[in-house]
Design a protein around this ligand. Structure first.
Ligand code: CA
Length: 253
């Protein structure tokens, strides 16, 4: 009986999120993540670090309209340290969204990122946060390509060596969201479905937010990572209306 309740709840929650507009849905997911004891950082990171500047702007408007509170204030109160600095910088929205790229700036940023991390004793978090939160996604993508070309590996490797915890996870989400978003979301689905039981929060969040955007590519990445189709994993990990609904959203029905 208890199990049935959980399934009905998950189904209704997924359905409700699916019916909402994208910005309202993200606002609700962030709000839920910040309620109760602690913060579900995977939701906070999975949304704030992977949305474009204009999407973040819309999420802020929606958040204020729905919860009568500034998103910045909520994040300020619920997070700390460099992790907070990074999320606040993203939410304050000093990032450009132009598609034009400046190769000289990108090369300079790649060098700066190196000097702030792998190229020095300790880490200059301020510089890393500044570059990652002020450049347009397209511009940052180019800087990260230069990084790979000049230093023989991805900036991700530097992040993993230099920092840790939530700050590390947030930086990785930001970088992966810019370079290969489908792989990032596929990894979230892998994390949500592996091990004992299924973490419904991640499953519902990723599927309802990406279904109409890049689910086709996420499914391909998921298959490459796990050698199982996302549909097969959903079918084995969930049941009832919840299962049918998720399968219809990922195009498996
Ligand atoms: Ca270092």
């Amino acid at each position: 009986m208890f199990l049935n309740y959980l399934i009905i709840y998950a189904f209704q929650r997924a359905m409700l999120l699916w019916m909402m507009g994208a910005a309202q849905r993200d606002a609700m997911l962030i709000y839920e993540a910040t309620q109760g004891l602690g913060t579900k950082d995977s939701a906070l990171i999975g949304i704030i670090c992977t949305r474009t500047p204009s999407q973040i702007y819309e999420i802020k408007q929606a958040y204020h309209a729905m919860y009568h509170q500034a998103l910045e204030r909520q994040i300020d109160g619920d997070t700390s340290g460099d992790y907070r600095k990074l999320l606040l910088a993203l939410v304050r929205g000093n990032r450009s969204e132009t598609l034009a790229v400046d190769p000289n700036l990108a090369l300079g940023d790649a060098m700066e990122l190196y000097r702030a991390g792998e190229g020095r004793l300790g880490t200059d978090e301020e510089i890393i946060i500044h570059i990652l939160t002020t450049r347009s996604p397209t511009q940052l993508n180019m800087a990260l390509q230069y990084y790979r070309q000049n230093f023989g590996h991805d900036f991700e490797k530097a992040i993993k060596k230099e920092v840790s915890g939530r700050f590390e996870n947030a930086l990785l989400a930001l970088v992966q969201g810019v370079c290969y978003p489908a792989r990032y979301f596929a990894q979230e689905l892998v994390d949500a479905t592996k091990g004992l039981g299924t973490k419904e929060e991640g499953l519902i969040r990723v599927i309802t937010t990406r279904a109409e955007i890049d689910m086709y590519y996420i499914k391909q990445e998921f298959l490459a990572m796990t050698r199982r189709t996302l549909e097969a994993v959903i079918a084995s990990e969930t049941s009832g209306d919840f299962q049918h609904f998720l399968l219809s959203l990922v195009g498996g029905v």
